[in-house]
Design a protein around this ligand. Structure first.
Ligand code: A3P
Length: 285
């Protein structure tokens, strides 16, 4: 951990994705009220939402998603890659991504109150996806066995901190009218309805057939073909997609293949404790 991670205000971050300079850039970033922020805990459907929002703004036109990397269209603001992108000069509406909890958002975010789409996923499936991702990403500490990684995950000793703290922080945000909460499971159940919900929140009025088309482009098997969203130029040493693809399974409930009954019970006990004050109707309840 010591070599690959830094602890930033109590949260582990990967030194290969984040630097002191990029954190400073993030902390001093000037948001605009018409910015759009996609906020997620890792493995919750970040790329999926980036794709959807890009297509909502292009009204289904594929040019931007076929020519620009996802991290250029919707940059992770805290990452080293953001610093060189001249984001201050981009025309509105700007779309950004962050894996940070609400509590680590910078000052100007709370002043400008940009719109936020917060995507959540069943934490057992997040755990499963994150475990596989740790086996292929060189910027993350090797996960060890599934049960070893489960201890770390439940303790929040993983990059971007505890899933429970992350979700709690965003659900307890002060200005909830600026935030659209959406679950990965909602998107699986009815993708077109999710496109409609996001478009309405973003005040983009789209025809029914355009929304239909966007939903189609956002299907797992179609996104898998979208080169620009799967880190095509990230070398195998950094992200070894010969082992596990970034677009791995894209389903609900894969945790059943990952956790033993005893582990699932332990997970449920931690969940019940950490989520006891949360008043939200999750799709996985
Ligand atoms: P799995 O590893 O369970 O397959 P993130 O973008 O936040 O890193 O999340 C990655 C997860 O979202 C992966 O989950 C990936 O397969 C899944 N995903 C990406 N695009 C998807 C889509 N269009 N439909 C369903 N799942 C998708």
């Amino acid at each position: 951990e010591e070599q690959l991670y830094i602890k930033h205000r109590g949260v582990y971050l990967s030194k290969l994705l984040i630097s002191p300079e990029s954190l400073q850039y993030f902390d001093n970033f000037t948001f605009r009220p018409d910015d759009i922020i996609i906020a997620t805990y890792p493995k919750s459907g970040t790329h999926w939402m980036q794709h959807m929002v890009s297509l909502i703004f292009s009204e289904g036109d594929m040019t931007s998603v076929d020519t620009l990397y996802n991290w250029e269209r919707a940059p992770w603001l805290e990452n080293v890659t953001a610093v060189a992108l001249n984001l201050e000069e981009r025309p509105s509406p700007r779309v950004f991504t962050t894996h940070f909890p609400y509590t680590l958002m910078p000052q100007s975010f709370f002043e400008a109150k940009p719109k936020v789409i917060y995507v959540m996923r069943n934490p057992k499936d997040v755990f499963t996806s994150y475990f596989h991702f740790h086996t292929i990403a060189s910027f993350l500490v090797k996960p060890g066995s599934s049960s070893e990684f489960l201890h770390k995950f439940l303790d929040g000793k993983v990059v971007n901190g505890s899933w429970f703290d992350h979700v709690n922080s965003w659900l307890k945000a002060d200005d909830k009218e600026h935030i659209l909460y959406i679950c990965y499971e909602d998107m699986i159940t009815d993708l077109k309805a999710s496109v409609a919900k996001a478009a309405e929140f973003l005040e983009k009025h789209l025809d029914d057939e355009v929304m239909e088309k966007i939903a189609e482009k956002c299907l797992f098997n179609n996104m898998k073909q979208n080169k620009m969203s799967k880190h095509p130029d990230t070398p195998t040493e950094v992200l070894d997609q010969t082992k596990t693809k970034f677009y791995r399974k894209g389903v609900v409930g894969d945790w059943k293949n990952q956790l033993t009954a005893e582990e699932a019970e332990r997970f449920d006990a931690v969940y019940a404790d950490k989520m006891k004050d949360v008043d939200h109707n999750f799709q996985w309840d």
